[in-house]
Each structure stands twice: as structure tokens, then as C-alpha cells.
Design a protein around this ligand. Sequence first.
Ligand code: SAH
Length: 205
Amino acid sequence: MKLKNLEMMLQRLSGFQNPRPSLEQYRTPAPLAARLLFHARMKGDIEHKTVCDLGSGTGILAIGAALLGAERVIGIETDASAVLVAQANAELLGTDVDFITADIKDTSLPDRLGPCDTVIMNPPFGAQKVHADRPFIDLALRLAPVTYGIFNAGSLPFVHSYTKGRAEISEKVGGSFSLKRTFSFHTKDVQEIEVEIVRLTTVPR
Ligand code: SAH
């Protein structure tokens, strides 16, 4: 599948019906999701792998991983209404993804899920709840040797220091993200947000 095809397929997916600001429910735009997934596939991190999407929302990253040949895909999302949309989205594109309604802070998750090869995630940036991204990073590093995360541009020093001794930033790719007006406190109809796609690899202890 070509990048453009993946992007067009992901473009068809539905987004959040009633996005909740406290959960930072911003859907990853299809071009950015496709870019992350293509890159991950090129690195050998998708095909025939077990892939976990943390904070899977309406499923765009998880479903894209399934389309690119992941063997098993699991999405974890706290909002049950988003999970319903994600399940309908997966069906629309004929993909098989297990969406689980759970809080990523639930300490029983690693045992319930078993090991993953690759984590993909667009975690809350912590704009509404400070440090909301930390438990996502913590769980990702426990679950998988390789993680792809989308972070606000400028977050790299934080990601680097927060993961020191546990993981290395093995790659970063810049990108931008047009955020449509989602919440009443947004002042522009469309805002470009600069982001970084970061690939983290855990270091053996
Ligand atoms: N992965 C989706 C959604 C990104 S928005 C996409 O790429 O489009 C971040 C998602 O994380 C939201 O769906 C939000 O509901 C979810 N989330 C926030 N805190 C969470 C938590 N503690 N546990 C599980 N999911 C959470």
C-alpha cells in the first residue's frame, strides 16, 4: 500500500462525537497518522508485530497499523463512547482490532495485555492536565521495546530527561498538525500545531 492510499483510507474514519477537553481528545489527522505508521513499517516495527495503541480514541493509529500488516492490534482508551466509534471505524475498513475500555493508569494492564512489540500513541500533551503524558510514556516503556509517540514540538528535552536510563530517542521526525476548532476556548478555526514523532527504544537494564 502506498502512503497516499493509506492516508485516503484513514481520511474516511469518523472522529470524536463529543470531544472532551479534559481528556485532550484531538484526533490525529490522517496525513500525520499515515506518516507515523509508514515510518514505523519501514523500520520493521509493524508488519507481523503485536502493536498497542495507548489512548486509541477513535482508532486511527490502531486501524492504520492493522492495514499495514500488524499481526495483532490492541487499542486502549478510557472513553467508552470513543471505543464505540473506533469499533465502527475498524469494521468500516475491514480490520480486526481489539479495543479495550480502560485507563492506561490501571496497573493490571501489562499483565492483561501481555507483551507488545511496538507501542504507537498520540498521548494528551498535558495542556489541560499537567504531566498527563507521563503515565502514557511509563506504560509504553513497560509494554514494548519500541514506542512511537507524537509530542508537541519542543517536548524533546522533557522526553529525553523523563526517559533517561529507561529508553533512548532513536529517531525523531518533525511534522505539523492542523487542529480544527474543537473546543470553545479555541480562538482560531484552524491552528497549525508543530509536533514531533519520536521513536523510543528501551535500554536493557
Ligand atoms: N489516538 C487517537 C486519540 C488521540 S487523543 C488519535 O490518534 O486520534 C488522546 C486520547 O487519549 C483520547 O482519546 C483520550 O480519551 C485518551 N486518554 C486520555 N487519558 C487517558 C487515560 N488515562 N487512559 C486511557 N486513555 C486516555
